[in-house]
Design a protein around this ligand. Sequence first.
Ligand code: NA7
Length: 543
Amino acid sequence: MSNAETARASPIVAETFDAIVIGAGIAGMYQLYRLRELGLSVRVFEAGSGVGGTWYWNRYPGARFDSESYTYGYSFSKTLLEEWNWSEHFSAQPETLRYLEFVADKFDLRRDIHFNSRIASTVYQETENCWEILTEHGERARAKFLITAVGVLSAPYTPDIPGIGDFKGESWHTANWPHRAVDLSNKRVGVIGSGATAVQLITEVAKNVGQLTVFQRTANFCVPLNNRPITTAEQGDLKARYDAMFEQCRHSFGAFIHDFDPRSVFDVSKDAREAIFEKLWHEPGFGFWLGNFHDIMTDEKANATIAEFVRKKIRERVKDPVIAERLTPRDHCFGTKRVPLESGYYEAYNRPNVQLVDLHATPIERLTQKGIKTKDAEYEFDVIIFATGFDAVTGALTRIDIRGEGGQGLKDKWRDGPRTYLGLQVAGFPNLFTVVGAHNAANFCNVPRCIEQNVEWVTACIRYLREHDLNRIRATEKAEEHWRQHCEEVVSHTLFPKTASWFMGANIPGKKRTFLGYGGGLPRYRDKCDEVAAQGYAGFVLE
Ligand code: NA7
């Protein structure tokens, strides 16, 4: 019997709460804080042994966020904003985890969080109108409201490569990096993948590894992060500008302090355009992508101008022209895959201890006891690192056995792509809220900004139900179908659907290829959510 089956058979009596939250990352912690304010009894179940979600799991060298630190933290508490000092414009994982631990302590969150408790299943009990959850250790609990705060990129994906269990050295996925110091100096290390994670990891590891071999399938358009420490003088200035920065984020497409230039690439001369690209190239963060001409995301001809600019930069930075060409993306438009931000990534390939294997030319055939065998060679390693990404957006939910009305499974319902209403509820799953769920603006966002919007909407909804003596909220099939059509319509005007990416679910074999987020940006998404609430939760049935 599996752990989950053993647990199902166990007679443990379920504790009952007003609300259960799954996940103690940025979203789950904030949801707990807000529901406590409403006076609800809340229990958070967290798979890890500490808070932090993404920042708890992703401990690989080089891990850091690509949002400006001061726009990434919670905005809800003035004292928290005042007390916390970020040390860099783009903070690294250890500091971000310390920040989230600080928040947990400050608001005394841990007393309602049950750690080391991965949820195996959750079933809606129709007669009692409650959700019963079951952890992998066999613990049960019940609540009227269930809120999933399981993250966008939290279900690690390791490809099913033949011989994967044969390798005798050490091996991890980047999201399961060991919680101990890892010494890679003098080691022979193989990295599979070249996405945003690999780009951060490779840059850092290359500096002190014995020999590093990168197995790349698709080259990416990487752009400089331009990170630097925050000086003491800047600290005060940034704090004085918090309100203005959060307001700016509220109104920008991706909730960053960068927003698209309303002009077209072709509104300016070629020289002027190149000068703008050059200026943005030297600015910090996502400005080069999300602060660029708006039509780079909608018009292939406009996109070609910026794609060529980045290709030129790669050629300038990588000394060996063969390696430079291998690192040059030619099969997708700039920005239709998540743009990795880098701090010396291309220069890593100028080092004598780093080599790049092009998997298009020589695919991996299998893992062996000693390493990785491609079509033309066997590479021997002490350590193999899988930087192979995530079953994004839907994976963390479909890996839980979630059963709604009539025993319907969420995984079955989403076989042909996610179906949600506002990315916050699913028809047939009453009183279940999916914070940062599928078809929700939070999937293409400076995530904490969207998390706050999601959590505040859910909290207001639960408050409304309580104030009106209502016990149940469920999305109608009709509203759900309208939302699905709206999401598809919005993204059809962009270049996203043309590229195989995790945004499209295309990185997971067998997963339906469809845009998993909301392509209309945060302001438009928020307006839709607010409109629904103002109409007494139109599209939902309240009972
Ligand atoms: P990504 O962006 O999904 O990248 C995963 C990488 O792994 C990518 O280069 C893939 O190549 C590669 N991959 C996946 N499967 C294989 C197999 N079977 N063989 C070889 N290479 C493979 O994940 P990341 O963790 O880098 O980034 C995820 C997000 O985290 C990122 O967008 C940020 O928001 C933070 P492919 O491109 O599919 O050819």
